[in-house]
Ligand binder design. Structure first.
Ligand code: FE
Length: 159
């Protein structure tokens, strides 16, 4: 009987592992790097947000104040994600946009706060960017992309 239990435990543990691995592989991102490569390339805060789905402290990102024309690219892989013309002041303390550059994102979902949220990922490297909500500007898309500034780098438009 004990042996049977042990076998069952092993089977259950293995099936959990397989499921988790399948989840991770579910999205095939163009940019693939190992955890230690990301750790070496990113700052610790970038790594915490982009690779571990962390959240930066609101009102801390210098990108909150950017109003000049340009593009916001993924800080991990350089994929161009957002444009200044679609940025708006949401009052949340995180850089906010009403839409992304077409086909630049991937979507997932999480229940970290106890309810379902749509998570926004970089479409090229899978890095965690933030979340999307339906309380954006009504006069445009009605969407609010709530993005961690540390996950982005700003590239001013050349004149
Ligand atoms: Fe990326």
């Amino acid at each position: 009987m004990k042996k049977l239990m042990l076998v069952l435990v092993i089977v259950v543990l293995n099936s959990c592992k397989t499921e988790a691995q399948q989840d991770e592989n579910a999205m095939d991102f163009k940019v693939q790097k190992t955890d230690s490569e990301w750790r070496a390339e990113l700052t610790s805060e970038q790594y915490r947000v982009l690779r571990k789905a962390g959240t930066e402290t609101p009102f801390t990102s210098p990108l909150n104040n950017i109003k000049e024309p340009g593009v916001f690219a993924c800080a991990a892989c350089g994929n161009e994600l957002y444009e200044t013309q679609h940025k708006f002041d949401s009052g949340t303390g995180w850089p906010s946009f009403d839409r992304a550059i077409e086909n630049s994102l991937a979507f997932s979902s999480d229940r970290k706060l106890g309810y379902e949220r749509s998570e926004l990922l970089c479409g090229d490297c899978g890095g965690h960017l933030g979340h999307i909500f339906d309380d954006g500007p009504k006069e445009t898309t009605g969407k609010r992309h709530c993005i961690n500034g540390v996950a982005l780098k700003f590239i001013p438009k050349e004149n």
